[in-house]
Design a protein around this ligand. Structure first.
Ligand code: FPP
Ligand code: MG
Length: 313
């Protein structure tokens, strides 16, 4: 079965998961799940599985669904935290139904993954559970750092490793493990996914500064206004190729801060340094793939890595 056919099976299962006996939960879950999205994480599960020689589509598709459901649940919760109003080109669940029902929608989707994962081994359940824990830790560290107005480069990397790269790693590990891949291939795919995840989040932060809300389908410019993201990393001058670029102080009001940053050179510096760093990380991701035997799936993983740094939404 081709990756696109498997992705179609993922879509069908995703929508069936969104069906609840409580109509409000069906409505809110379907609202966000049927809005599309890049489906990058399910793709990663499926491609890692195929690149590792796996052929059991029926077994891998629910794993791809589980990661997308967790990812979507975190976005619903993230939009409450970030006061986001636009997601995947639609009104956010919090802006349409309010924070309480958005919180419950995220809870509903998150707990649905227990059901999906129940038939799988403890090893696979642990891979996903540990990534979910890291997502919560990453989001917590980020809010804490933004409130303190002190985001150093190390903390920035710790945050993006946890809030983004951890789930990418879990995707690769789930796909490769269910394929019965040897340890060396699983390790190579984990490395690939980790670097890809970091690059993805850096570009996400760059696009928050340089992209527009309509193309992104979500609110642009809110990282800066909330003292986080790539432009909030304190420049300690230690490494010219680091993501660090702009000094944000807690006593600077968000409105004027945004204005001064956007009109000056600093965000441009953050954007350029961020892009360079993302390219470097993608280079590392591509190098890890060399440990795998050549295949169509490996080619697609290479293409996916390039898309992550060239994307504009
Ligand atoms: C998006 O970041 C947010 C995340 C990648 C993680 C959010 C995690 C939580 C809210 C913890 C809740 C967890 C569970 C398991 C329900 P962003 O704000 O930089 O991205 P954006 O620009 O897409 O909003
Ligand atoms: Mg957000």
């Amino acid at each position: 079965m081709s990756i696109n056919t498997s992705l179609q099976a993922v879509e069908e299962l995703l929508l069936s998961v969104a069906r609840s006996s409580v109509p409000l939960l069906s409505e809110t879950s379907q609202h966000i799940l049927s809005a599309g999205g890049k489906r990058l994480r399910p793709r990663l599960v499926l491609l890692a599985h195929a690149a590792a020689g796996g052929q059991n589509t029926a077994e891998v598709v629910p794993l791809a669904v589980a990661v997308e459901i967790i990812h979507t649940a975190t976005l619903v919760h993230d939009d409450i935290n970030d006061h986001g109003t636009l997601r995947r080109g639609r009104a956010t669940v919090n802006s349409r139904w309010g924070s309480t029902f958005a919180l419950l929608t995220g809870d509903y989707m998150f707990t649905k993954t227990y059901e999906i994962m129940a038939p799988y081994s403890a090893e696979l359940n642990l891979i996903l559970a540990r990534a979910a824990i890291e997502l919560v830790e990453g989001e917590t560290l980020q809010i804490q750092a933004a409130r303190a107005g002190a985001l150093d480069r190390e903390t920035y990397y710790q945050i993006i490793s946890k809030k983004t790269a951890a789930l990418f790693v879990a995707c690769a590990e789930l796909g490769a493990t269910i394929a019965g891949a040897p340890g060396e291939w699983i390790a190579a795919l984990r490395d690939y996914a980790f670097n890809l995840g970091l690059a993805f989040q850096i570009i996400d932060d760059v696009l928050d500064l340089s992209g527009d809300s309509q193309a992104l389908g979500k609110n642009a410019g809110i990282d800066l206004a909330q003292g986080r993201g790539i432009a909030a990393v304190r420049d300690d001058g230690a490494d010219a190729r680091s993501v660090a670029a702009v000094q944000v102080t807690p006593d600077t009001a968000p409105g004027p801060l945004k204005e001064s940053l956007l009109s000056g050179q600093s965000p441009q510096v953050a954007i350029e340094i961020g892009r360079a760093k993302a390219h470097e990380l993608v280079g590392r991701a591509l190098a890890s793939l060399e440990a795998l035997p050549p295949s169509d799936a490996r080619d697609e993983l290479q293409a996916l890595a390039q898309q992550v740094v060239t994307r504009d939404h």
